[in-house]
Design a protein around this ligand. Sequence first.
Ligand code: MN
Ligand code: MN
Ligand code: MN
Length: 288
Amino acid sequence: MSSPVDLHSHSTASDGLLTPAALVQLAAERGVRVLALTDHDTVAGLEEAALAAAAAGVLLVPGVELSATWRGQTVHVLGFGIDPCAPDLAALLDLMAGERLRRAEEITRKLERAGLPGAEILRDVLAVTPRPTRTHFARALVKCGAAHSQAAAFERHLGRGRPAAVASHWPALEEVLRCCLAAGGVASLAHPLRYRLSAGARRELCADFRQHGGLALEVACGGDSPDRVATAASLAARQGLAGSVGSDFHDPATPWNQPGRLAKLPAPIQPIWLDAAFPARAAEVLAA
Ligand code: MN
Ligand code: MN
Ligand code: MN
């Protein structure tokens, strides 16, 4: 169950626990030959990852996981082969970094109101990242003893309907796709089954995604059961979308998200990395 292609991973540039170089090293050891680094709303880890990949004989696909809003809900768009310096994408990422700080301050206020040491938690978070994710807050809540695990931190404090839940204001899906494409990238809708949507709304999301230039669905994610992979594959087939696969690696301690630990893409689905529009030489690398 090891895939030579893994198109979804996080480093310390966002909420991953390994540096970009250490992540590339681990992926190489696990037999990954085509790796996309897709940190949340940032390209800050790509340079280090590219250097490490060249040394390890891995093809690094420059990627990003972009937060977007669709019908009031947050969805994630994976961009592959993006030029990290493209002006529209850079402007979008700047805007998102600002939104992350605004959201972090709001979470902090709500934690304080709930009787937790919000300011101390925010200091902890900002000591490790300039672009806080909720995962950073969950880790800080564990560290200060307010939760015994990251999952518990979401259940008690940060998750939907909890005291420190905040709404995020991400750019519209259409705008996020526009910037991704303008940066020379191709886009896959990350973990399409993880959004709280009815089956009908999920199909509409996929149709909108495709209409605005999206190319694929992430059909196999780390830890997905064969049933889930089959469901996502039929969704992709129905919408005429290609497929991507990605572990969503964050942490060496979660065995189901290790680099390359992925189900195979079901046969009728076109792998995005073999699509003519895919910007990296993945086909060549995999054939060698
Ligand atoms: Mn994450
Ligand atoms: Mn995601
Ligand atoms: Mn992710």
